[in-house]
Unconditional design. Structure first.
Length: 94
């Protein structure tokens, strides 16, 4: 049975895209954990200054951004071609 190289290369591209998604999700998980730990330290402080409050607001905003990003990742376009085009396009050369 001959090997379909075109199909095989398409699968390889798809797997690379999946690897990117898995790594990205792992990085987001780690960032969420770090933000939660910083928020716990903030809540355990007896004295909080303006810098602490500003940092809390920054962390809160970042958590919202992550939530929005994850929400966007779950929403697939109605046209499957649009969804898979992201995986098919080669990365731009810098």
């Amino acid at each position: 049975m001959p090997l379909d190289f075109q199909g095989y290369s398409g699968i390889q591209r798809m797997m690379k895209g999946m690897t990117y998604i898995a790594e990205h999700l792992s990085n987001l998980r780690q960032e969420i954990t770090d933000l939660r730990n910083m928020n716990t330290r903030y809540s355990n402080k007896s004295e909080r200054g303006p810098l602490d409050q500003s940092a809390l607001e920054t962390r809160t905003n970042r958590l919202r951004e992550i939530k929005q990003e994850l929400s966007t990742m779950l929403e697939r376009p109605a046209d499957p071609k649009v969804w898979w085009e992201k995986l098919r396009k080669p990365a731009p050369i810098a």
